[in-house]
Design a protein around this ligand. Structure first.
Ligand SMILES: CCCCCCCC(=O)CC(=O)SCCNC(=O)CCNC(=O)[C@H](O)C(C)(C)COP(=O)(O)OP(=O)(O)OC[C@H]1O[C@@H](n2cnc3c(N)ncnc32)[C@H](O)[C@@H]1OP(=O)(O)O
Ligand SMILES: NC(=O)C1=CN([C@@H]2O[C@H](COP(=O)(O)OP(=O)(O)OC[C@H]3O[C@@H](n4cnc5c(N)ncnc54)[C@H](O)[C@@H]3O)[C@@H](O)[C@H]2O)C=CC1
Length: 313
């Protein structure tokens, strides 16, 4: 049943993509990590020309490999009875993705730049300032930030009317939602183009204001943090908390499993940032157990241990 649902989602995303049109033809994705590689993949499979940028050539090589493997999974499902068409789909999608280690050069030919680099305001400011000086007048800038303010990120660029948030979910090829975030100065035309582009790459778009965590993370972060506090108090075991939310509330992963999947360092980073900004909000208060796990390097799936132990890949 689970497989059938996932298959339906991927096939639906793909057919939506083929049917939809977007004014955006050339997209530059900056940051070739977990999220950037997924954004590059869904864009390329929807027929867009993609330049995927990272500072590290090793990251780009790894991203290309994982995109190829994930496109292969899509092809297997969508072209189940036509393997040759599947191979063509993978080859054509891969051919639409170029890679680069030079963000400024890659922005020069972009209709849309989606930034998915490290969640750090200073680093994002430095990048966007550089891009604003070289990108064509019409180019729209968007950030995939999980927790930072879009208005604050875009404070360093002149094109504030052509700036917004495009917040994807992990794993990007599977999760159907895209949050389209309007900053204070995002123009109607930019907003409309972002919504159309989101549909064109197969996502269901919702509109959010520039508030902490937008919609999903504003609800998800306190939920995960409450689960960690529950476990920290010894009210239930980790396994029982996760089983409870999977079987009692129908979530695909329990909150502690999801925290490990996202990364405990990311959880902590978001919580600390919001706590500094909103010190009176009890939901954003630091969690000693989370701080301890992070200080011990137990960052979740990627580190081989978090709330649970994992085999290192
Ligand atoms: C306090 C901090 C909180 C927030 C921090 C910030 C983060 C953000 O800003 C926003 C976020 O992204 S929050 C995270 C949102 N994501 C979720 O909630 C994922 C929940 N989990 C799931 O949906 C499924 O367990 C999942 C789809 C992952 C796996 O599904 P299954 O359990 O059914 O596992 P599989 O049978 O292996 O997979 C089913 C099919 O899905 C495809 N797939 C799975 N993982 C994939 C991946 N990583 N990349 C691409 N495709 C993937 C795959 O097609 C697979 O099919 P096959 O393998 O071909 O059978
Ligand atoms: N991990 C998740 O579940 C989600 C993360 N996000 C957001 O997406 C963004 C990226 O997150 P991940 O993909 O998880 O991070 P990641 O660490 O997997 O990838 C970030 C990549 O950006 C590269 N990078 C850093 N500075 C750069 C620069 N100046 N120019 C070019 N490349 C640069 C790094 O080399 C790295 O490969 C963050 O803002 C994060 O908050 C949003 C939704 C979900």
């Amino acid at each position: 049943m689970k497989k059938m649902v996932q298959f339906g989602v991927i096939a639906r995303n793909f057919s939506n993509s083929s049917a939809m049109q977007s004014a955006i033809k050339n997209i530059t994705v900056i940051g070739g990590g977990l999220m950037g590689s997924g954004i590059a993949q869904v864009s390329a499979q929807a027929g867009q020309n993609v330049t995927l940028v990272d500072l590290s050539p090793e990251v780009l090589a790894k991203s290309q490999k994982s995109i190829g493997a994930n496109l292969g999974r899509v092809a297997k499902k969508v072209y189940k009875d036509k393997p040759q068409d599947g191979e063509k789909f993978v080859a054509e999608s891969m051919a639409r993705i170029k890679t680069s280690t030079d963000p400024a050069a890659a922005a020069k030919s972009a209709d849309l730049v989606v930034e998915a680099i490290v969640e750090n305001m200073g680093v994002k400011h430095k990048l966007f300032k550089q891009l604003d000086a070289v990108a064509p007048e019409h180019t729209i800038f968007a950030s995939n930030t999980s927790s930072l303010s879009i208005n604050e990120i875009c404070s360093v660029v002149k094109r504030k009317d052509r700036f917004g948030g495009l917040h994807f979910f992990n794993p990007v090829p599977v999760m159907r939602l895209l949050e389209v975030v309007r900053g204070a100065e995002t123009s109607d035309a930019t907003y409309k183009t972002m919504m159309e582009w989101g549909k064109a790459v197969g996502k269901t778009c919702i509109t959010c204001k520039d508030t902490p965590g937008f919609v999903v993370n504003r609800l998800l972060v306190p939920y995960i943090c409450e689960a960690i506090r529950l476990y920290e108090r010894g009210d239930a075991s980790a396994r029982d908390i996760d089983t409870a939310m999977k079987l009692g509330a129908g979530y695909p992963m329990g909150p502690l499993e999801l925290a490990d999947y996202v990364g405990l360092d990311t959880n902590k980073f978001i919580l600390d940032g919001w706590h500094n900004k909103y010190p009176d909000q009890p939901l954003f208060k630091p969690i000693p157990l989370l701080n301890k796990l992070v200080s011990e390097g137990k960052l979740g799936v990627k580190a081989g241990e978090g709330f649970y132990k994992y085999e290192k890949k």
